[in-house]
Design a protein around this ligand. Structure first.
Ligand code: PSU
Ligand code: MN
Length: 303
């Protein structure tokens, strides 16, 4: 067996015709969203990219092969299978050698996208520094990966299940550019405003494309760019409900003794089951908004 990246037919066709491509991750599908909604949402994300003039390349591992642009059948397998590994960068080779099925995180997806020459990537939220990280050292590999991976990640910031200010400090240390899209505040995923300021903001897709071009032409910064795209205020999760569910979720994690890579999926499941479906609706809204902006950005960059 050989281990080169495998390209979906639609991605090959897009490349031949010069249509811009947007990378999408699969951890959100396999581990981040509740079933059975996850498959429907995964398809809607791809459709949002298409509706805005780009071609989606959903990235994941099927039977040990890293696929850039999963077919619908492969996407279904990762959305419904019950032994889907969660793949950060360090897991990619081990999982391939084992012939595993796996979903790529923001780190895993970014690394594969960059290797495939895809510059724009849409997701919901990225990983970050966990609360209590000064004792546990639990910091997502998303951060260090973005420090060395030339990709623009459109996201709604990080969830407040994490230590948001510590995450922003680490992004600064690691040299990851963070730019707000029509905002001067870092978004808090379910909520529009995390309460933390950003140094840079753009007000249009063209301005964002200019930033990426400057980054490329300067040839100085080899790392990633986080495009922070907040959920519109009128569509955010009620901040009071949000804070309440957050507190109970953090207690649950502690009571169940959950640590490491299982923490994020467990907290997300807690949110979904304790907000009467509202967090899912907001989650979907966020992802579709990010897919839309990413597609528009990919189109603007290609112009
Ligand atoms: N944040 C979310 N939803 C998610 C994730 C993060 O709001 O589904 C996923 C992403 O794939 C991210 C990963 O890259 O969790 C981070 O996991 P960890 O903290 O184990 O690195
Ligand atoms: Mn972790």
């Amino acid at each position: 067996m050989r281990f080169e990246l495998q390209y979906g037919d639609h991605v090959v066709t897009a490349r031949e015709s010069g249509t811009p491509v947007v990378a999408l991750e699969t951890t959100i599908v396999s581990h981040g969203l509740p079933r059975p909604d996850n498959l429907r949402v995964a398809r809607e994300i791809e459709q949002a990219v298409r509706d805005n003039g780009a071609v989606p390349a959903t990235i994941g591992m099927v039977g040990g092969r890293l696929v850039v642009g999963l077919s619908d059948k492969q996407l279904t397998r990762l959305a419904t299978g019950d032994r889907i590994a969660k793949l950060s960068v360090r897991d990619l080779a081990a999982a391939a050698a084992a012939g595993a099925d796996g979903a790529t995180t923001v780190a895993g997806t970014s690394a594969v996208a960059a290797a495939a020459g895809i510059e724009v990537f849409a997701t919901g939220g990225i990983g970050g520094v966990h609360r209590g990280a000064s004792a546990t050292f639990d910091e997502s590999a998303d951060l260090v990966t973005l420090s060395r991976t030339p990709v623009a990640v459109v996201c709604a910031g990080v969830k407040s299940i994490l230590d948001v200010p510590a995450t922003l400090e680490r992004l600064e240390t690691l040299g990851v550019t963070v730019v707000g899209y029509r905002t001067r505040r870092f978004p808090g995923f379910f909520v529009t405003d995390s309460g933390h300021d950003l140094d840079w903001s753009v007000s249009s897709v063209d301005e964002l494309a200019r930033l990426l071009r400057a980054r490329r032409e300067q040839g100085v910064h080899a790392g990633g760019v986080i495009v922070a795209n907040p959920v519109p205020a009128q569509e955010q999760l009620d901040p009071e409900l949000h804070d309440r569910v957050l507190q109970s979720g953090l207690s649950t994690i502690e009571a169940e003794g959950i640590t490491g890579k299982a923490v994020t999926p467990r907290l997300l499941a807690h949110f979904h089951s304790n907000t009467g479906g509202r967090s899912l609706a907001v989650n979907v809204r966020i992802i579709l908004g990010n897919a839309t902006l990413a597609a528009q950005l990919a189109v603007a960059v290609a112009r």
